[in-house]
Design a protein around this ligand. Structure first.
Ligand code: MN
Length: 319
């Protein structure tokens, strides 16, 4: 079994359950309570699942949307600090088994930038996870420049995790099964990443590092078409310094979280490079044995498997 680092592995902290409950709309009710139990465990259950999958280090993140759903900005900022301190204690007590992504109250972008710096410099975390839009605004908005600038200076990757958008688009009317992990989260999160790319965030911050889960939210499949149709799009005076596909090879990494199948794995590697794809499990929402059993046998060269399971994450996150 190849030793692994996994980086979309979630937890729950006391006092954050009400925010998490906002995602109940997307998940079968009898599974929702089970997820909460697994999320709250930092001991034997989580470690046994990691051991069975060959995961030596799991980079933990609060299960969303967290304080991004908090209407009071100052409460969000305070609670983000609280949960980061909570996670830092778990990391410190784990003898290297846990890393962490900072939880950020992006309602106050300057405070979020300071909190990111505190988490990286003082608490030993590896980056931040942001759950979709906040109060209807996406991370390409100018107000978040302070956050991108700090993240780029710190070399800290930002992992954009799915969350529901500000409103339910009409295209899902009458189809609750499409609203959530089956489909709408893919559309929402892939679109968020494209807003950053076409919005010029990676031109303004060439060192910015973006991570997407779910094998890149289908985007690796579309790279040629992004380049081709960008040329003829009705884009006004919008300019990019590189072809859209080139940002996927400079600023973007993807994880296999929640996708255990060969075809999208090969597509992501072939489209973006073997140094851009990283194994993850999406604990507790996917089965660790299934994810690990799959990647250990997936159609990869020995060097690709080593890179995907371990070395790419070690390099990107400084582990
Ligand atoms: Mn997840």
């Amino acid at each position: 079994m190849t030793p692994k680092i996994a980086l979309e592995e979630h937890f729950m902290a006391p006092g954050f359950e009400d925010y998490f409950a906002k995602t109940a709309i997307n998940i079968s009710p009898n599974l929702f309570g089970k997820a909460l139990e697994a999320l709250a465990d930092f001991g034997e259950r989580r470690l046994a699942a990691m051991d069975a999958a060959g995961v030596k280090t799991a980079v933990l993140s609060l299960s969303g949307p967290g304080v991004q759903a908090e209407p009071r900005s100052e409460v969000a900022t305070r609670k983000a600090r609280e949960v980061n301190d909570f996670l830092a204690e778990k990391i410190a007590a784990s003898a290297g088994r846990y890393g962490g992504f900072a939880h950020l109250a992006v309602q106050d972008p300057a405070a979020a930038a300071d909190e990111l710096e505190r988490c990286i410099r003082d608490l030993g975390m590896q980056g931040a996870m942001i759950n979709g839009s906040t109060n209807g605004s996406y991370l390409d908005d100018d107000r978040y420049s302070v956050l991108w600038e700090r993240a780029a200076d710190l070399g800290a990757p930002i992992y954009i995790h799915p969350n529901n958008p500000a409103d339910v688009p009409y295209m899902y009317a009458g189809h609750p099964e499409l609203y959530g992990p089956v489909w709408s989260w893919t559309v929402e999160t892939g679109n968020h990443a494209l807003r950053l790319l076409f919005g010029g965030v990676f031109d303004r911050y060439p060192n910015a590092r973006l991570i997407l889960g779910h094998m890149g939210e289908t985007l690796p499949y579309q790279l040629w078409r992004f380049d081709s149709r960008w040329e003829i799009s009705n884009r006004g005076d919008m300019r990019l310094e590189m072809k859209p596909s080139e940002y996927f090879k400079r600023n973007i990494w993807v994880t296999s979280a929640g996708v255990c199948s060969d075809e999208p794995l090969r597509c992501a590697i072939d489209a973006m490079g073997a140094d851009r794809v990283m194994f993850s499990m999406d604990w507790p929402f996917e089965r660790p044995e299934e994810a690990a059993g799959w990647i250990d046998k997936a159609p990869l060269s020995a060097a690709e498997r080593q890179a995907v399971c371990h070395d790419n994450a070690a390099a990107l996150l400084g582990l």
